[in-house]
Design a protein around this ligand. Structure first.
Ligand SMILES: Cc1cc2nc3c(=O)[nH]c(=O)nc-3n(C[C@H](O)[C@H](O)[C@H](O)COP(=O)(O)OP(=O)(O)OC[C@H]3O[C@@H](n4cnc5c(N)ncnc54)[C@H](O)[C@@H]3O)c2cc1C
Length: 276
């Protein structure tokens, strides 16, 4: 098997790197932002398809990821993935994997390195023109690296608050409603969202928006109204009408996962390996 350069160290790039290494490739990951600095680190992260297409592939990729996350939950390791029950105001009571990205991204990096891969900080002006194969997982960066103007930011703000004893998630992303509202507990804190602002490039949290997020979330979970706020974050989702997953010459493109990069990660990585 030849050498593969994976561009991007968000959840998509790292998951592709793991699957490519498992398939026997030599893999080097390069990225401008290291994992905990990426959009992926801001994700809530509930395994649930949101703002991604096309519908048929999203359904298949989500199912593959759910199976992969269930396997992680059944095993051991400090991956930060749990299966939680929750209320989706559109679908009713559901059980879904919930991922603590502050633990999961370092776990993915450790997995890459354990399998013999490397991770290097590198800001690329263009995709590398050497190496057997390049996998382009640059998220929003694909606007430049994929020369793809259909990639646009969908900004999302969250408020992270202290744990108040919550062990289930809440989600209100009903079509036609205002911004999505979600409350996703981790072991030691709770991620409360959110917003989805198309075309917005700013990553500066707005105090007014934070107050509105907490107001909406407190209507679902009243204890949040008095919870101590730990931090505010904004992430820029890599929006695109549909995920681009295709091979063009020696480049496999895998970007444009919108609000579902965690949800689609393992399913897309399997397809990337098939194209490699
Ligand atoms: C508030 C919020 C909540 C979310 N909640 C969820 C959720 O509950 N469930 C879910 O599935 N998804 C969720 N998402 C969406 C999810 O975070 C994204 O879909 C996912 O992070 C995209 O991953 P990625 O690896 O493609 O991109 P990113 O995480 O953005 O990583 C891109 C990588 O490419 C690198 N790169 C870009 N340009 C260059 C360059 N020129 N040179 C070198 N490297 C480059 C970057 O440095 C980075 O390492 C949420 C997002 C936000 C903002």
């Amino acid at each position: 098997m030849g050498r593969v350069i994976v561009v991007g160290a968000g959840v998509v790039g790292l998951t592709c790197a793991v699957r490519l290494l498992e398939a026997g490739h030599r893999v080097d990951v390069v990225a401008r932002d290291l994992p905990l600095e990426t959009t992926s680190a801001v994700a809530a992260a509930l395994v649930h398809p949101y703002r991604a297409g096309p519908a048929d592939l999203v359904e298949r990729w989500t199912a593959a990821s759910e199976a992969a996350f269930a396997e992680l939950v059944a095993g051991s390791g400090d991956h930060g993935v749990r299966l939680l029950s929750g209320t989706d105001l559109e679908r009713g009571e559901i059980v879904a994997p919930v991922v603590d990205m502050s633990r999961y991204l370092p776990w993915l990096v450790a997995r890459v390195e354990h399998l013999g891969g490397t991770l290097t900080r590198l800001n690329l002006p263009a995709l590398p023109d050497h190496g057997d194969l390049v996998v382009n997982c640059s998220g929003l960066g694909a606007r430049l690296l994929g020369a793809d103007r259909t990639v646009l930011p969908v900004a999302g703000q969250v408020v992270v608050v202290e744990q108040v004893g919550l062990e289930r998630f809440w989600l209100d992303a009903r079509p036609g409603g205002p911004s999505p509202t979600y409350v996703v507990p981790r072991e030691s804190e709770i991620v409360v969202g959110g917003t989805d602002d198309d075309g917005e490039w700013s990553r500066t949290p707005s105090p007014e928006v934070a107050a509105d997020i907490l107001r909406r979330a407190s209507a679902l979970v009243p204890d949040l109204a008095t919870a101590r706020v730990l931090r505010h974050k904004v992430g820029l989702r890599p929006g695109r009408p549909t995920v681009r997953l295709e091979r063009v010459g020696r480049v496999v493109h895998c970007y444009g996962h919108g609000g579902a990069g965690v949800t689609l990660s393992w399913g897309c990585a399997d397809d990337v390996v098939a194209l490699a």
